[in-house]
Design a binder for this molecule. Structure first.
Ligand SMILES: *[C@@H]1O[C@H](CO)[C@@H](O)[C@H](O)[C@H]1NC(C)=O
Ligand SMILES: *[C@@H]1O[C@H](CO)[C@@H](O)[C@H](O)[C@H]1NC(C)=O
Ligand SMILES: *[C@@H]1O[C@H](CO)[C@@H](O)[C@H](O)[C@H]1NC(C)=O
Length: 408
């Protein structure tokens, strides 16, 4: 056992990207899901992709405690560029929306103790049609280094998915050669999965700190559960590739926007933390309602996501057919202190909170007693005796999220 541990840790060290970053899943804020490609600042001054939006977000991340809770990256997604490069071939940030330029914005972010994330695309164009990096890789990387960015999301529009196996590592090598540690987010497998090409996740984990596996998330329970179900259905070929420095990415948190109820938002926070997913908020922090803010700032759940063991959890039980436990599932993650995070999710959309019992076998627990703590703090702590059935009562499209601590 000991030898096996030593060997496997050597192997995973040798094969994983070694830039010292993302030892736990990245946390922060990213513009896309909420603000997309809103560029009309006359009409939508609070929402357009602009230095004002980024500065406002950075300020609130400090003043409202998001940075203290661990959300330290603030990132611009697509739609920050001018449609054409400058006469020197360089990327030009939109002159009206980023009048101070990217270095000044970067300084603003760094002065506040945050880190700066940016977006580009490996193809000829970004997904929204702005100039991509293809043919200008070196120049663009040098420009990003001059702007002192800390995180780069490299999208995969306007490039063949078959070219990505060579392209993404090549770009990563050029990033590494700059000597600046830049967290590298790859969209490589998402485009391959979409094209029905089986991604080489071992290679991806060797070159990227995180990678978007699949569909873009949309602001709805339907989209969120579709992604969650896909991660459960494909966990046998995904979960093993996650670990310190390299993570699967089911996409941004919808929490606080228009599409999820409070219960549904709690499901996303719980399941994303079981998945050791990056926690990237995409919400207007100036107007978020307190009940959603509270979910994003739940320290106990953030601690599950950020657990240093870095082991992605699994959907271990699921009931799809009829019967009293229809639509329920159990998601479980092993933690560094020997305890377990256990999310009991309901995808029922009928009626009321239903109660259900689960056996130790169904929960895949060792036959011993556990202290059980409710991570959303609705219930007081309880003791679960060995082999006793565990009763949970879950709201429709909701979750009960517990920490099971083995009792000595
Ligand atoms: C990118 O643009 C160049 C120049 O127009 C073209 O030759 C090349 O085929 C394009 N690449 C892709 C992947 O579309
Ligand atoms: C570049 O890669 C080497 C070898 O994996 C690593 O030791 C180094 O920290 C990396 N540097 C940066 C800036 O990513
Ligand atoms: C769960 O089991 C307990 C103990 O046997 C029982 O009292 C309770 O009614 C059960 N709950 C459900 C929902 O079946």
């Amino acid at each position: 056992m000991f030898l096996w541990l030593v060997v496997s840790s050597l192997v995973s060290e040798a094969l994983a990207l070694n830039n010292g970053l993302a030892l736990t899943p990245p946390m922060g804020w990213l513009s896309w899901e909420r603000f997309r490609c809103i560029t009309d600042c006359q009409k939508y001054p609070q929402e357009c992709i602009s230095e004002n939006l980024i500065k406002r977000t950075a300020d609130i991340m400090i003043s409202e405690g998001y940075l203290n809770a661990g959300y330290n990256y603030v990132g611009i997604d697509d739609c920050w560029l001018e449609k054409t490069r400058g006469p020197d071939g360089r990327m030009v940030p939109d002159r009206e929306r980023f009048p101070s330029g990217m270095k000044a914005l970067s300084d603003y972010i760094h002065e506040r103790g945050l880190k700066f994330g940016m977006y580009q695309d490996y193809g000829n164009f970004t997904c929204a049609g702005y100039p991509g990096v293809l043919g200008n890789e070196k120049l663009d990387i040098d420009t990003f280094v001059e702007w002192e960015i800390d995180y780069l999301k490299l999208d995969g529009c306007y490039i063949q998915p078959t070219d990505m196996d060579a392209g993404y590592p090549q770009f990563g090598k050029m990033l590494n050669e700059t000597g600046r540690p830049i967290l590298y987010s790859c969209s490589w497998p998402a485009y391959q999965e979409d094209a029905k090409i089986l991604p080489d996740y071992a290679a991806i984990a060797e070159h990227c700190n995180l990678w978007r596996n699949w569909d873009d998330i949309e602001d709805s329970w339907a989209s969120m559960t579709k992604i969650m179900n896909w991660f459960g259905d494909n966990q046998d070929r995904l979960a093993e590739h996650a670990g310190p420095g390299h993570w699967n990415d089911p996409d941004m948190l919808l929490i606080g926007n228009f599409g999820l109820t409070v219960d549904q938002a709690r499901v996303q926070m719980a399941v994303w933390s079981i998945l050791a997913a990056p926690l990237l908020m995409s919400v207007d922090l100036a107007t978020i309602k307190p009940e959603f803010k509270e979910i994003l700032l739940n320290r106990d759940i953030i601690a599950i996501d950020q657990d240093v063991l870095g082991k992605q959890g699994l959907r271990i039980w699921k009931k799809t057919d009829a019967g009293p436990r229809k639509g329920l599932e159990i998601w479980k993650r092993e933690l560094s202190d020997g305890s377990l995070a256990m999310a009991f999710v309901s995808q029922r959309d009928d009626g009321i909170p239903y109660a259900a019992n689960f056996t130790f076998e169904e929960m895949q627990l060792a036959n011993q007693a556990f202290d059980v703590q409710d991570l959303y703090k609705d219930e007081s702590d309880k003791l679960l005796q060995a082999n006793q059935e565990f009763e949970v009562r879950i709201n429709p499209s909701g979750v009960k999220f517990y920490k099971f601590i083995p009792k000595n």
